[in-house]
Design a protein around this ligand. Structure first.
Ligand SMILES: Nc1ncnc2c1ncn2[C@@H]1O[C@H](COP(=O)(O)OP(=O)(O)OP(=O)(O)O)[C@@H](O)[C@H]1O
Ligand SMILES: [Mg+2]
Length: 508
């Protein structure tokens, strides 16, 4: 039976003796050594020569690229769950749009957090300022990415899971509203793994790698925003970090926009450069070094390090005050905080934004346990739970970009160091335990031949939405990305060097 074929074994999770199912590999492993060595080198060359690259962190040069780490053959993902994730994205887009425009909700939800979390507090100050001054550009561009993982623990045991694989469920890790990366690296992964499967003679399996037009979907939304702004001379501005290691995933957006509409220029600036080179025109036009800006696309600005001085905060405020269409607006940025994610899971909150009970139930079903850590009954109960059974949880601050969360046994020490007040800056989340896949992770400088390793995957679904407080003009699912990490790693950032590019191989 197809269900049975999906998983063939199980391993003991080291932390809790929970049996984790293993998903069946799309091809038989291991690959014979000589073939594996030759194929690995070919695939690396394929990756570099098609822009699946990153700048080296250890040996940085703006003149060269390393290939981005990738999984040689794609990891499996249940088709039914993949389709469910695609289908719900437009609902999540609209939900995020509604949250971003709900002043009362944002104010109440973030009231305590902003007192203790300086970064979120600074974002909030900008929000308050533009609310008091009046919003000059009512249209927002949302380029979102909802990240999710298959949950295997809900079945309790491997025996149970074997019986009801079709009930495999996924849970949302988070929803990003700023700098949602991998619009290029998502689709290019499909091309790498399609090439590898074909090289292995498994061309009949290519049909199981789903279409992925993320780059088109994301750039199309930016172009639509540019058209809505309505000035042919105006350009699109990318806000970037001082050094963009993940350069391919930004440049390909720029190239794609030019290809889709040769009239449109993209310029790239850091927030520091914006501070030095920008001003507002008489009608709040954003003028950067002589360019009139129609759309601002933030690929930086999501972590404190991107604001080394007050100047960068001033630059963010200047952009927010302008009539350029922003991706994201400051309120979309706030709507993507972990605190908002946690508050949304509280009773009655989804209902505040979605009226149809069936849709409410669908949305609720993707949430895993989320808990406040404030000085309320719920917050104090969550604190006790986390101290007693830390391996069940992930502790999260209001940050983006990876590397900020605290996992499992590290949680009690982290909590002990915090005062009751400091805890308000954090939320607690159930740890999702995804099933394991076996495969080869190929990374620059990695072992040859690569060993077979235990892997876990995370799927990200992109959403594009444009609208103002009253109406939505554009709302669609904009493709996907799939990244896979070693099963024992807590986080899987590819740019951070922990995860690898992958594509979901559909299994029934
Ligand atoms: N509840 C969870 N269960 C299991 N793993 C998790 C959970 N929450 C986060 N992770 C892991 O940690 C990573 C980072 O977490 P999260 O997405 O919340 O942080 P972030 O800083 O916003 O990351 P990003 O840069 O991807 O936006 C996830 O990609 C996932 O691999
Ligand atoms: Mg994030």
């Amino acid at each position: 039976m197809a269900q049975k074929a999906m998983q063939i074994n199980s391993v003991e999770d080291v932390t809790k003796s929970v049996k984790i199912p293993i998903l069946e590999s799309c091809i038989e492993l291991p690959i014979e050594e000589e073939t594996l060595i030759e194929l690995t080198q070919k695939a690396k060359d394929w990756a570099i020569m098609h822009g699946a690259g990153m700048r080296s962190k250890t040996n940085f040069s703006s003149d060269s690229l390393n290939f981005a780490p990738f999984i040689l053959t794609p990891c499996s993902f249940p088709r039914k769950q993949f389709e469910k994730a695609l289908k719900i994205q437009t609902v999540l887009n609209e939900l995020t749009h509604s949250i971003a425009h709900d002043e009362e909700f944002l104010k109440k939800t973030l009231a305590e957090t902003i007192k203790v979390d300086e970064f979120t507090g600074n974002l909030y100050k900008i929000y308050e300022k533009i609310l008091s001054e009046g919003i000059s550009q009512p249209i927002s561009l949302g380029l979102l990415r909802s990240d999710l993982m298959l949950e295997s623990r809900c079945h309790g045991s491997i025996e149970n899971a074997n019986k009801s694989l079709c009930d495999y469920d996924w849970k949302q890790v988070e929803l990003n509203t700023i700098a949602s990366g991998f619009g290029h690296l998502g689709p290019i992964s499909k091309s790498i793994q399609s090439y590898v499967l074909a090289e292995l003679g498994a061309y009949d399996k290519l049909v199981n790698l789903p279409e992925n037009n993320a780059l088109f979907g994301i750039c199309n939304a930016m172009i639509k925003a540019w058209e809505i702004y309505g000035n042919d001379e105006a350009v699109i501005l990318f806000i970037i970090e001082d050094i963009s290691y993940n350069i391919c995933d930004q440049r390909f957006h720029e190239f794609e926009i030019r290809q889709m509409n040769p009239k449109i220029k993209v310029i790239r600036k850091t927030l520091t450069q914006i501070y030095n080179q920008s001003k507002l025109g008489p009608n709040k036009e954003l003028i950067v070094g002589g360019h009139h800006i129609s759309v601002v696309y933030f690929r930086a600005g999501y972590e404190p390090g991107h604001y080394p001085s007050q100047n960068e905060w001033d630059a963010r405020l200047l952009i927010e005050r302008s009539k350029a269409i922003k991706c994201p607006t400051i309120y979309y940025h706030l709507a993507g905080t972990k605190k908002v994610q946690q508050a949304l899971s509280e009773p009655g909150m989804v209902e505040r934004f979605i009226k149809d009970p069936a849709t409410v139930a669908e949305v609720r079903n993707i949430f895993t346990g989320l808990y406040p850590l404030d000085d309320t009954n719920e917050g104090n109960a969550a604190y006790v739970l986390a101290m007693q059974d830390p391996e069940r949880f992930v502790l999260k601050p209001q940050r983006e970009g990876g590397g900020n969360n605290v996992y499992g046994l590290d949680i009690p020490d982290a909590l002990k160091k915090m005062s009751k007040t400091e805890r308000k800056a954090w939320i607690l989340m159930d740890r999702i335990l995804p099933p394991i896949s076996k495969g080869y992770m190929i990374r620059p400088g990695g072992p040859i031949p690569p060993p077979i390793v235990d892997l876990v995957s995370e799927l990200g679904i992109f959403g594009a939405i444009i609208g103002d407080a009253k109406s939505i003009k554009i709302n669609y699912m904009a493709g996907h990305m799939f990244r896979t990490k070693i099963s024992t790693a807590n986080e899987g950032g590819v740019a951070a060097g922990l995860g690898a590019l992958d594509s979901p191989y559909m299994v029934d």
